[in-house]
Design a protein around this ligand. Sequence first.
Ligand SMILES: Cc1ncc(C[n+]2csc(CCOP(=O)(O)OP(=O)(O)O)c2C)c(N)n1
Length: 232
Amino acid sequence: MLNIIIARAVHTIVHRLIAECMDEMQIREKTIGICPVGCSVLAYDYFNCDMLEAAHGRAPAIGTAIKRLLPDRMVFTYQGDGDLASIGMGEIVHASLRGEKITTIFINNAIYGMTGGQMAPTTLLGQVTTTSPYGRSIEVEGYPARMAELLSVNYGSAYICRTAVNNPANVTKTKKAIKKAFEIQQKGLGFTMVEVLSTCPTNWGLSPVEAMKWVEEKMIPYYPLGEFKVPE
Ligand SMILES: Cc1ncc(C[n+]2csc(CCOP(=O)(O)OP(=O)(O)O)c2C)c(N)n1
């Protein structure tokens, strides 16, 4: 039980940041969040706004429908890396290409967390998972997906940013990025995404403190932080 609580610690930080942005922007009553399966699945228990559940990878499709039918609403999806970059890869790429006016919060913990630690598209080279027991290799599994960079070249993307929550300064930057994404959605400028580098101490086999160090030492060098697309 303790492991589940620790593994969810980053979710609680990001949930709080999203909720603070909603309240500061006074949009709680008009916000609709969509969470697919994965550790994000419990999010509807924690947000006090309208929430919907999507099938694995399909949150951008549900978000598209809601936003098109109710354009005055603030719509966000909250997706893991297995969800967004594997089974949902087509969904997110086309939502971005279409310039859907939704915001995606992408929790990248480099692993399939909920199902027990299988390799994800974002698993790092050399990283040991239950399905890459000798470590991910270029020859067998290919390169990890850099989703922020990939989506940033699409004309429909208005704002694409990558942040982390491994220290207080980065938590503050993550909040600013989420608010900026919501504001750009409000202006109707196009698709917005904030990728947040996250931990999964349980499936990485590390303590929570070691996991935060792993984000800094292993993840950030491959997944650089910053804004990849901003409105002109
Ligand atoms: C169509 C379908 N395929 C597979 C699953 C099993 N499944 C549930 S969660 C999950 C992986 C979630 O990984 P990720 O999106 O990275 O989220 P995390 O748990 O790491 O937060 C999978 C494969 C499912 N529920 N539905």
